[in-house]
Design a binder for this molecule. Structure first.
Ligand code: CA
Length: 219
């Protein structure tokens, strides 16, 4: 589970990051709104924890722009502004949850797990494109009903591409979905897995966007 933490208080950010990593989340931290938008766009984190008082931009503006760019995963707002007005505008602006500072780290973890479950249930639908279907419960992939054998990383790569059908996935995006941050990645790992996947899938199913990445078209 990739979490993007957007928080300009470096002490608080370090504390949250450490607690989240200890709880098994992969955490990427940025402290500015501009960097948050860039990270959301490039790595499509599973969950964003967003402070509202950022040095360069209001957190609600970050949220608004992210939703405009069709970022649809959960966003949890974190702020000292404990007023009903801010709470309502945060939720109206597309936030999924809201936590007022100061908070207990255990409460943050509980909220994240709740969002994770919601994310999991919305993502656990079967994926089907063309004759290829991927069952996220049994982890089975079939082509026209015939089961395919694949490695865990091939499966994860195919799932990432099918979940984001019609949206080009860059090598970096796929890398970050395949491996935890900080884990060693051999430079051509994604290409190798794509190469192996293509041998199993119908011709042209995974398309290369030259110099950018890969895409699966559903239409
Ligand atoms: Ca702040």
């Amino acid at each position: 589970m990739q979490v993007l933490l957007v928080e300009d208080n470096s002490l608080l950010a370090a504390g949250i990051s450490q607690a989240l990593r200890a709880a098994g989340f992969n955490v990427n931290h940025v402290s500015r709104g501009k960097d948050a938008l860039a990270a959301i766009k490039s790595s499509q984190p599973d969950i964003v924890i967003l402070d509202l008082g950022l040095p360069d931009m209001d957190g609600l503006e970050v949220l608004r722009r992210a939703r405009q760019e069709r970022y649809s995963n959960p966003v949890l707002i974190l702020t000292a502004r404990d007023t009903t007005h801010d709470k309502v505008s945060g939720l109206d602006g597309g936030a999924d949850d809201y936590l007022a500072k100061p908070f207990e780290i255990d409460e943050l973890l509980a909220r994240l797990r709740a969002l994770e479950r919601r994310l999991g249930s919305s993502k656990s639908k079967d994926l089907q494109i063309g004759g290829v279907s991927l069952d996220t419960t049994t982890l089975e992939v079939t082509v026209d009903g015939t089961p395919l054998l694949m490695s865990r990383r091939e499966y994860m790569l195919l799932k990432a591409l099918m979940e984001s059908a019609n949206k080009v996935q860059t090598r970096d995006m796929l890398d970050s979905k395949l491996y935890g941050w900080g884990e060693e990645i051999s430079s051509n790992a994604v290409e190798v897995h794509i190469h192996n996947l293509r041998k199993k899938l119908p011709d042209g199913f995974i398309r290369t966007v030259r110099g950018v990445g890969y895409v699966i078209k559903s239409v």
